[in-house]
Ligand binder design. Structure first.
Ligand SMILES: [Zn+2]
Ligand SMILES: [Zn+2]
Length: 199
C-alpha cells in the first residue's frame, strides 16, 4: 500500500510504500526542535512537549511524483544529519544520513497528513520515544527506552545494504554519492539563533 506524501501547498507530491519494516517514533532531541524552528513552523511540527512524530524507514520506499525542484536541505552543523524540506512552503520532509549507504530516513509527519489514510493506519502506533530528557515535560520512554527501536532501524539499514535497496533513493545521486541538492550548512550565528528559539 502507498501512503500519500505532499507538502502543504501541494507543489511536492509523492508516496511512501507502507510495507514493513517501519518504525514510528517521537523524537524530542534539540536538533529536531531546532529544525522545526528553522522552518518557522514549530507549532505545526512539534507536539506540546517539543516532540517530532517521525516515520523511520528506508529511502527506497519514498517516491516523488512531482515538484522535485522544491526539495531543499540543510545541515545544522558540518556533521549533522541532512534535513530535507519543501522550500515552496517550508514543509519538513525528513532526515537522512549524509552517506546514502546508510539507508535511512526519518519522515516527518507533516508531509504525510493528506487523507485518506491516517498515520496510525499506514504505519502503526508510535513505538519509540527518543531523547526524552529534552522533552518539555517528563515523557515515559517505555521500559526499554530507545533500544528496541534502534535495533529495528539497524536491521533495516543492514538489510538495505545487503540487498542493494540502498541504491534506490530519491535524495542522492548514486554515481557520486552527492545529495540531489547541496545542503546548506547553517552558519554559527544561524545555528545559535535557532537553538535559542528552542530554549
Ligand atoms: Zn509546498
Ligand atoms: Zn531528533
Amino acid at each position: 500500500m502507498n501512503h500519500p506524501l505532499q507538502c502543504r501547498c501541494g507543489t511536492l507530491k509523492g508516496y511512501v510504500d507502507t510495507a514493513r519494516p517501519v518504525n514510528r517514533a517521537v523524537c524530542y532531541c534539540k536538533d529536531c526542535q531546532a529544525f522545526a524552528h528553522f522552518l518557522g513552523r514549530p507549532s505545526e511540527i512539534l507536539d506540546s512537549y517539543g516532540g517530532t512524530d517521525v516515520i523511520q524507514t528506508v529511502p527506497a520506499k519514498v517516491t516523488f511524483t512531482q515538484g522535485r525542484e522544491a526539495l531543499a536541505c540543510i545541515r545544522l552543523s558540518e556533521k549533522g544529519l541532512v534535513r530535507w524540506y519543501a522550500k515552496c512552503c517550508n514543509t519538513p520532509i525528513g532526515n537522512t544520513a549524509a552517506d546514502f549507504r546508510l539507508s535511512f530516513i526519518g519522515l516527518i509527519h507533516n508531509c504525510l497528513e493528506a487523507p485518506p489514510a491516517s498515520l496510525d493506519e499506514s504505519f502503526g502506533p508510535v513505538r519509540m520515544w527518543s531523547f526524552t530528557k529534552n522533552a518539555k515535560t517528563k515523557v515515559n520512554a517505555g521500559p526499554f527506552g530507545m533500544v528496541p527501536g534502534i535495533f529495528k532501524i539497524l536491521a533495516m539499514v543492514l538489510r538495505a545494504r545487503l540487498n542493494g535497496a540502498y541504491k534506490r533513493t530519491p535524495f542522492f545521486l548514486i554515481d557520486t554519492g552527492a545529495p540531489v541538492v547541496i545542503p546548506k550548512v547553517l552558519t554559527r550565528s544561524e545555528r545559535e539563533s535557532v537553538y535559542k528559539d528552542v530554549g
